[in-house]
Design a protein around this ligand. Sequence first.
Ligand SMILES: [Zn+2]
Ligand SMILES: [Zn+2]
Length: 453
Amino acid sequence: MIKFIPLGGADDIGASCYYLNISGTGILIDCGIHPRKTGLDSIPDFSLLDFEPLDAVLISHAHQDHVGALPFLIKKFPHVKIYTTPQTKEILNLTLHNAVSIIGKQLDSESGIKPYTHGEVSFLIQSIQDYSYDENFIIKGLLHDGERGISVIFKDAGHILGSASIFIESEGHKIFFTGDINLSPQAIMSGAEFPKIEIDTLITETTYGSTESTTLPSWEDESKRLAKFINDITISGGSVLIPVFSLGKMQEILTVISNMMYKGKLIRAEIYTAGLGKKISHIYDLHKYKVKRNMPDFEIKSIPQKPILFPHFYSEIKRSPGIVLASSGMLLKNTVSFELANYWVRQNNYGIAVVGYMDPETPGYRVSNLTQGDEITMLDSTIINKALVKKFDFTSHSKREEIVLLGSKLKARNIVLVHGEESSRDWIGHELLKQSKKVKLYSPVVGSAIILE
Ligand SMILES: [Zn+2]
Ligand SMILES: [Zn+2]
């Protein structure tokens, strides 16, 4: 018997965390934090595991909404083993240590949870066992009631460096968990792999379920559109701000910019990057031959990048226009990109290129919908926006049609829809039912169990 309980990230993007009880072995898939919530609200509901066994955690990839709550989990369940790809382990060693001081500042005595320390993160990293793509490993919990253990394989999910979909097999029941998956190529990543066999249960993300694919252009077309936007701004003496996640989007967009400059479609300008993203780019370079990529020989460090050094930075870009990539991707308060956006909206002919998903309750969402002359409140003052803002679609997730096609290719008889808003899950579920009337479809909610047969 297989029991599935979402602890977070079912009808929402954030705090992804799913529990599987397979023949008495307890497995958690991902353990994320919600990007714009704080305290207990931001982490998965671990109390749902009070009466369940927990033996192992499988991690799909290192984005915070999939791993950010791991240090809190380990405090409560120090015995669990964590499994990741080698790339994810290396990125976590960087990003979880980086989060120590950020989380420490966010949590106060009323938050309901205690911050974690560098020592606890080091312990967590040491307890990770890493397996490369397509390598088989076995998990067998203390209370496992089958002869053989559970077989697990990470498959390349094509989303960011080290991202994995997870294939799980127990007693003949085959499960495929997509994680965040991109079946199409980006600038660096070259597209996901999936098993070429029939499976029993598909657990899939539905991020773009409510986005019409006609509005999702190819990376090639978007690269040209971005180059034109940047050229128009820099020719008139302005600079362009591109808010990016430091993991994934920073490396992909840098590569887009470099490719466009190389092809002569983008006028050369200084490129500025900040902080953590640069260290993650280094990990991308280190693993260039270890994972499938579009241009294996290409190194991000070959792109000249200047650091953002306040307070001289603003006079520097006044003298010579720049292209500035800074995190956070959703312009969360107290981040470099928020501080820059606060300056940008006050400058004539400066540009903001929105290249990723913006949660509707973040400052990034408000900025992404601005036109010149609109009022916006940044920090405490309300001002008239002078910057040009343009949206681009450089998605690192599959289009909704690709998810439906994956479902029918794998011929799954159970399909569990997660990691998407209600309307997204509705569209994909409806299309999947058109393909096969026999499929059992689940749109689970946090905290309620479903039984998969
Ligand atoms: Zn992700
Ligand atoms: Zn995600």
